[in-house]
Design a protein around this ligand. Sequence first.
Ligand code: ZN
Ligand code: ZN
Length: 353
Amino acid sequence: MSPPPEDMYRVKKKTHIPPSTSSQTLLRTPTKQKNRIPPTPHRESVDAFWSQEETVAWIDQHSPEKPLGQTVIELLQDFDDSDTDGTGRDSTSSAEPGSTPPVMQKQPKTPSKTALKKAEVEKNKAAKARRLSFNNKKDDFAQAFLTVLDDAVAEGKVCQLAVATGGVKITWSKTLQKTAGRAQWKGERFRDREGRVNTKHHASIELAERIIDDEYRLINTLAHEYCHLANYMISNVRDQPHGASFKQWGLRCKEALKDHPVYGGRINVTTKHTYKIDYKYVWSCVGCSQTYGRHSKSIDPNRSRCGNPSCNGRLEQIKPKPRNVSPKKNAATPATQRNVMDNVAKELGGFTL
Ligand SMILES: [Zn+2]
Ligand SMILES: [Zn+2]
């Protein structure tokens, strides 16, 4: 008997405003207006000078409201709806909307385009180097951590039980997108030479490549999935995946390694996690700063609006930073593309493990 895999995907509700029948005739040609955006009030020595959000907010504050080319607007909602037990987001949540920028003071200096670009390039370079370094060591790191954790928490029992089947397998998944990890266990019964019934343990942990991009996430996702395995294999708890027994294992993990030189103080097994996913494309609401991330360029700001109730703000792409978008390109999208939006994949910013 094997239990179903943990951590089923959750489906988000979709909000659609039906297209108006007159949408075709209402398309307006964008007018080319000269619009002067005043220089940033920040000095180069201030962080805000280099901040993309600050820059975007400033430009937006001084830009004229663009007419909507389409009447078909999709309301986007990227809230964390994984919090079903009403405990609120846990402290590891990093998907909060950014805070509103402070009131700007007058200050004449403008960041030169090359300086901004250089800063951006440097930032991307550093991020890429970090990712590469993490990717190179993550397999060994994961294996080492699991061994240390199991030794400290259960005297190595989880790994021992799985020895006959090649140990606890740790794999990286490209397709796992809405949950950071998944533990799978299967008990195979067999008779040994003496005729006694025995169990062969097949245990594996799958990790989401796109979500786990640093040590903190790796440690905590592995610890969480380890607790599932310990729960199945040692405690023999096969129902209530995140019940009292699971939570006890979680506390043991935290306690057992609290003085460890590498992992000490870094373990916190929760039943809900919200990790900010490093999306390739990110849009931000100009009204409430809620961000919407996608792995592909599937949001069209001309057709989609912020889904925050009482906001309905305009969306602007903030990652990658759009370069020299001509007003023509920015204007109304051909009606032929409309059905594409009906298929926009809803992706969660948060997920349960
Ligand atoms: Zn909004
Ligand atoms: Zn879980």
